[in-house]
Design a protein. Structure first.
Length: 270
């Protein structure tokens, strides 16, 4: 829990804003323009676009959600399609292309060399387009621990192959927010935020603010480490499948919970 001293420090800290957005995954069945209009009305800085969507230029796109895998057949053309989409949205400030990487946790020691080799190919492609690609360590994937993710990115050594840091996956494994964030941020292109309940593997992901992550402490750490990149609310499939899910209500509730801790920056034109 956040202490009174931490809250006082947050109140006295210099004002800091972030590019804070929400994933359009959270608006199933909605036309893109309707989703963008609501996000603009609520004060979000931008959105996360789904791979395969048409380019959006009427509202900032912070990231593009892919679902690439480092297992099975290689699909460089699929990654290249998303890199082209990012570049077409903004040549000067292309959105991050982010993805999970597949596999199972028990496979990690055996599959790491394959991941390393394929990620080096991704890095070369990302460098060619000058578009950042961010991989996510996921509790259900081969790459699931923060330390393994950091070590992999350090070994690749590319400014265009980085991390999508999502603490909800590390919290379920008992990792510390402060320690995992401090290690990962130098190699992080973007941040996903959401919460969870229960214990793995019977956990469920929640909207941010519905679980136990301390977002006041989270914001303090991001200020301390001078993080300035995108923060994107991810709406999990667990949330989307809940009876009565309402995209508009979810977007409003997330704004009410997170804006006090992560004030959104003014949207910038592409």
């Amino acid at each position: 829990m956040t202490s009174r001293r931490q809250l006082l420090m947050a109140a006295l800290a210099p004002a800091k804003t972030w590019p804070l957005g929400i994933s359009l995954k959270g608006f199933p069945g909605w036309p893109i323009e309707r989703s963008l209009a609501l996000c603009a009305e609520l004060g979000y800085s931008g959105v996360e676009l789904m791979a395969g969507s048409p380019p959006v230029r009427s509202f900032p796109v912070l990231s593009i959600m892919e679902d690439l895998r480092l297992t099975g057949p290689e699909e460089p053309e699929r990654l290249e399609t998303s890199l082209r989409l990012a570049k077409s949205i903004s040549a000067r400030r292309p959105p991050v292309v982010e993805t999970v990487v597949g596999g199972k946790p028990a496979e990690w020691p055996e599959i790491r060399p394959q991941f390393l080799g394929r990620l080096k190919s991704w890095a070369r492609l990302a460098d060619r387009y000058r578009v950042p690609v961010a991989i996510k360590a996921h509790i259900g994937s081969a790459l699931h621990r923060s330390a393994d993710a950091v070590a992999l990115i350090r070994e690749i050594g590319s400014p265009f192959l980085l991390l999508n840091y999502d603490y909800s996956h590390f919290q379920l494994q008992g990792e510390s927010l402060a320690e995992s964030l401090a290690a990962a941020l130098p190699y992080t292109a973007m941040i996903h935020v959401k919460d969870s309940t229960g214990e793995a593997p019977k956990h469920r992901f929640l909207l941010p603010g519905e679980g136990s992550i301390d977002y006041a402490a989270y914001a303090l750490l991001l200020r301390r480490y001078q993080y300035a990149g995108p923060i994107v609310i991810e709406v999990s499939t667990h949330v989307l499948q809940a009876p009565g899910y309402d995209p508009a209500r979810a977007a409003r509730e997330c704004a009410l919970r997170l804006f006090p801790h992560f004030p959104p920056s003014v949207p910038k034109n592409a």
